[in-house]
Design a binder for this molecule. Structure first.
Ligand code: F6R
Length: 599
């Protein structure tokens, strides 16, 4: 993970470096730092903790016409000032920020630096020390940088400055995301476009293996043989204002509230009247597949589980769910004509990129579709097809609106595929998604009861969500949300499965929340609720109005196949209020980062 920024220009870049790091804080937030060249010396300012601590250390008269910055999510070495970036070479000539993991850093240390005592415990330091080693052999900075990169195994986005050349930023990447932002009389470097959008809306992509030399008035992209590459800039589909918290106290509650808006966006992007408006090539690719492999991590994986409801039940296409981190290393037996659907809010997740690499090795003709919220993200660029979620920028580490948007977009794709296969599901999806939108709004209109229920229910260290079928999938997501922001250990369980072992954990006051959005599971799940209630659990049923009994939390009636998009909103609010009640940092839970760019 980690986020990096760089600046070079005629004006002062300190404000950009701090702003950029603030926007990238979602990528990691245990320590941070900036460095710049002033009067032929490199000034480095680092601190443990958040960017606001760094801001306090930067005086108003600090001027960097060239600078780099970093916000860290520790992978190698503990969280302390020494291990935080930027890292410097022994003679302090070279200063570097890095996002990623250098897998062979121990071997490189052994081969080139065995007589040296390293300053930090990080893999990054080895990179900057190697640059110094090669520069001492007489190579130019660019040559030393290139030679170093050629020896690295693993993932990296690197931005280097050289005290002896205050006119150049040296930039390269492999697997980790990185973009160049084009300014006027200046240029920027950032892990994503959000970090730079306040300053520019023109960006240049960098591909793995390229070397980029950035000056105040030029950007030179070369391949590893020094051949110049011409590339046109692009403008992503984001605006600066979108990344404000607006009237909300936290991004998480803002994004929970934006779900109705996201549904409306999806309807208008993917429907034309009642007809689906979607790239025919994508629909054909899915139609032709004999099996779908839906792959994701965390919340995106949980959203993917719901795709079985749509692709198998509506379109009759066998659908398998896989965790990306397992799939890449433990390839399942693939069918004759597989089609792969990746789900990734960020479009940057390293575990999914590893799956893509693996699939390209196994068979380069395999087709990969990615559902992502981020236009021009790495996965979107590298896969064959993209469907955008149109949920708007998601900043809170806990994903909410991307989850419901993923389910909605999956349902539209499956619906159209089913229709074209002559298996038209018996619903008007555009209309039913509008009903879902209104239902979400009505829950969000009055959250007082949900807040009160949170305070009553989640008083213990443990909790359970249970459900059957699609409600089981929702239970997994509800549990992930609650545990990641409130730190209450929560499990999502198939209702019928508790009695096969886990019911042993039920004791007085343990909360068990049952999700029932399908009439066919009403009786069976309620009997699971009775089983735990009779063993002391505090229980609550979240169900559709038409199935509700006294004491349940009732959500408005919507089409049963789409109801999980609505019921999950209640559980997202439980997670939010539970974290708030415990005084926790809701938007940035401990040990996590929004975009997981390490495997
Ligand atoms: C949980 C959460 C994570 C992500 C996971 C995948 O709230 O956000 O579990 O869903 O890290 O990230 P993406 O979807 O960006 O690939």
């Amino acid at each position: 993970m980690c986020g990096i920024v760089g600046f070079i220009g005629k004006d002062n870049g300190v404000e950009f470096l701090i702003d950029g790091l603030n926007s990238l804080e979602y990528r990691g937030y245990d320590s941070c730092g900036i460095a710049g060249i002033v009067d032929e010396k490199t000034k480095v300012i680092k601190t443990v903790g958040r960017i606001k601590n760094l801001e306090e250390l930067t005086s108003e008269d600090l001027v960097f016409n060239i600078g780099i910055g970093h916000t860290r999510w520790a992978t190698h070495g503990g969280v302390n000032k020494t291990n935080s970036h930027p890292h410097q070479s022994f003679n302090e000539r070279f200063t570097l920020v890095h996002n990623g993991v250098i897998e062979n850093f121990s071997e490189l240390k052994e081969e080139f630096l065995s007589d040296k005592k390293m300053i930090s415990e990080t893999d990054t330091e080895v990179v900057v020390q190697l640059i110094e080693v090669f520069a001492r052999e007489g190579l130019s900075t660019k040559e030393a940088f290139l030679k170093t990169i050629s020896k690295l195994h693993g993932s990296y986005a690197l931005c280097l400055i050289d005290r002896e050349d205050a006119d150049t930023l040296y930039v390269a990447k492999n697997k980790s995301p990185l973009l160049i932002g084009l300014g006027q009389n200046c240029n920027y470097v950032g892990s994503d476009a959000l970090a730079m959008i306040k300053y520019t809306n023109k960006f240049l992509e960098i591909n793995d293996g390229e070397l980029v030399t950035v000056k105040a008035d030029s950007v030179l992209i070369e391949d590893k043989n020094g051949v110049k590459i011409e590339r046109s800039p692009f403008t992503p589909n984001i605006k600066y204002g979108e990344i404000d918290k607006g009237v909300y106290e936290h991004y998480m509650i803002k994004e929970i509230n934006e779900q109705a808006f996201a549904m409306r966006n999806i309807i208008s992007e993917y429907f034309d009247g009642h007809d689906v408006k979607m790239d025919q090539e994508i629909i054909d690719a899915v139609k032709e597949a004999d099996r779908l492999y839906v792959i994701g991590c965390g919340t995106s994986y949980n959203a993917g589980q719901m795709s079985k409801e749509y692709f198998e039940k509506w379109a009759g296409i066998p659908t398998e769910l896989h965790l990306a981190s397992e799939f890449a290393y433990n390839l399942p037996l693939l069918s004759k004509k597989p089609m792969f659907i990746f789900l990734s809010q960020s479009g940057e997740t390293a575990d999914l990129r590893a799956v893509l690499t693996k699939l390209r090795e196994v068979n380069p003709t395999y087709k990969v579709l990615v559902l992502t919220n981020v236009d021009a993200s790495t996965l979107s660029r590298e896969s064959d097809y993209t469907l955008l979620l149109h949920a708007g920028v998601e900043i809170a580490v806990a994903s909410t609106k991307a989850y419901t948007s993923q389910i909605a977009v999956l349902s539209i794709l499956a619906y159209q595929v089913a229709k074209e296969l002559g298996k038209a599901p018996n619903l008007d999806l555009e209309k039913e998604l509008s009903v879902v939108t209104t239902a979400i709004e009505s829950i969000l209109d009055d959250t007082k009861e949900i807040k009160e229920l949170t305070d009553k229910l989640f008083t213990e260290r443990n909790a359970f969500y249970i459900g059957r079928g699609a409600d089981y999938y929702s239970s997994c997501e509800a549990a992930l949300k609650l545990k990641e922001v409130s730190y209450i250990q929560t499990e999502g369980f198939a209702g019928g499965e508790l009695k096969h072992g886990t019911i042993a954990l039920i004791e007085d006051n343990i909360p068990v929340v049952a999700l029932i959005t399908k009439s066919e599971f009403d009786l069976s799940t309620r009997s699971n609720v009775s089983e735990v209630a009779s063993r002391g659990a505090k229980t609550l049923v979240i169900t559709l109005e038409k199935l509700a009994k006294e004491g349940d939390y009732a959500i408005p009636n919507v089409h049963e196949t789409l109801a999980p998009i609505v019921s999950i909103v209640v559980t997202q609010l439980f997670a939010y209020y539970a974290a708030l009640g415990r005084g926790l940092d809701v938007d940035k839970p401990r040990n996590l980062a929004k975009s997981v760019t390490v495997e």
